[in-house]
Design a protein around this ligand. Structure first.
Ligand SMILES: [Zn+2]
Length: 424
């Protein structure tokens, strides 16, 4: 164990250089730039220790086009005897840079023990830490049992359909093939993330009747019907959601209740951005739409979450003359939470205690990440997110990852490998 940790300390410069190299390949999504380049770079890096390296295009997946193909890399290092497979999955895409940077977003500048750049924290630092951990473990314990896999996948920032979802559909995360998954998302080096809340996205349209705007009494305004719906949401739905608390350790704590965000609202005359620049014509709106983003708890069922909104709409239909609506489901992802006594959780818990000298905090993410596909499509439940980086810095200007944090989490990952795969 001491040997393994010393090996990682010795690779500090390598870890920094690798993180810089990854940041310097700008994999901005959307649209999905340089995916092939970063996959080829990672494949070349891993090839000496991972005899099976594949660069795979998610042909036909959502987002995959000839102009912006969705490339993924999966590398596998089989051990000397049979045993479990531990898989580290990182997404290689980063979000747009936005404004407010004082450093070069793709420069990988090192200052005060930190590496700066878009994706340093979310999550190229975590990817680099997992590579260093696996390499150090393989070099120190070449006779390990089982197998180690490392993947870098596309499109996590836009739903993961050209990345982990596609790989899961190919059977890459089935429990026969992979038994333990660690996703090195930036959740702070002392925290184990067990899963995430559920999501239901839906579009609600209220319907009216078009008429001349000077005689609104001859029509029926869909916008007024929508206003009535929004009033109901404010007066009854939000207070009801606020009372519903979860046993899931969601961070931040304000997300330990059910939440609803009204993502967008449109109705009546199209907005100027939609191609209209002149003076509006006087009409009564015949349609208004909102998109709702409802995040729900492990204690709730998707059916009940939906029914609660249907009940609200039906109440308005019964009490408000002319109220008509349509409800369209857009997206549902159930909540997931890995058991605390799952093998990968116990191994990382022990490793954090050994490296940091403290017990880890257990958390659940307010939003989803690629664990959703591993859980739902892959049917693999022994999965956590654990990685370096400060969660709040993700997607911000002057994003950085601490070098000591990366080293510590690489040690944790290496000790977890030692626990799960080393039989000697
Ligand atoms: Zn991320």
């Amino acid at each position: 164990m001491t040997d393994l940790l010393a090996q990682i300390d010795r690779r500090r410069d390598d870890l920094v250089a690798l993180t810089q190299d990854l940041i310097r390949i700008p994999t901005v999504n959307p649209p999905g730039d340089n995916y092939r380049r970063i996959c080829d770079f990672i494949a070349a890096r891993l090839a000496p220790r991972f005899p099976e390296v594949e660069v795979l295009r998610a042909t036909g997946a959502i987002g995959d086009t000839d102009k912006y193909p969705r490339w993924n890399v999966v590398a596998r290092a089989p051990g000397k005897s049979s045993g479990d497979t531990v898989h580290f999955n990182s997404h290689h895409d980063v979000v747009e840079i936005g404004s407010g940077w004082t450093t070069d977003p793709f420069g990988g500048e090192v200052r005060d023990g930190k590496v700066y750049g878009r994706g340093s924290c979310d999550m190229k630092g975590g990817l680099a830490a997992s590579i260093i951990a696996a390499e150090a473990f393989i070099d120190t314990h070449p006779d390990f049992a089982g197998a180690i896999e490392i993947s870098a996948t596309a499109d996590e920032e836009s739903g993961g359909y050209g990345g982990v979802a596609w790989l899961a559909e190919q059977g890459r995360f089935s429990p026969e093939r992979v038994q333990h998954v660690i996703i090195p998302e930036p959740l702070n080096k002392n925290r184990i993330c067990l899963g995430h809340r559920g999501v239901w996205w839906a579009e609600i349209e209220t319907l009216g009747r078009i008429a001349h705007g000077s005689m609104p009494f001859l029509g029926d305004s869909a916008i007024r019907h929508m206003a009535a719906l929004l009033g109901e949401i404010e007066e009854t739905l939000y207070p009801a959601l606020a009372t519903r608390q979860t046993a899931m350790p969601v961070v931040p704590p304000l997300a330990r209740q059910s939440t609803l965000n009204i993502n967008s609202i449109h109705g009546g005359q199209p907005e100027p951005e939609a191609g209209y620049t002149g003076f509006p014509a006087p009409i009564v709106a015949h349609s208004a739409r909102i998109v709702i983003d409802r995040r729900y708890l492990i204690e709730e069922t998707p059916e009940a979450v939906r029914q609660e909104v249907v009940d609200l709409l039906e109440k308005l239909k019964a009490t408000r003359p002319g109220f008509r609506y349509e409800l369209r489901d857009l997206w549902t992802i159930p909540p997931t939470m890995t058991e605390r006594d799952a093998p990968v959780v116990r191994a990382v818990d022990k490793a954090i205690t050994a490296v940091l000298g403290l017990s880890p905090d257990y958390v659940v993410s307010p939003g989803t990440y690629d664990q959703k596909h591993i859980d739902r499509i892959g049917k693999l439940h022994n999965c956590i997110a654990y990685g370096p980086g400060i969660l709040d810095l993700a997607h911000q200007p002057d994003e950085y990852v601490g070098i000591d944090d990366m080293l510590d989490s690489a040690k944790v990952m290496a000790l977890a490998l030692n626990d799960l795969l080393n039989r000697s």
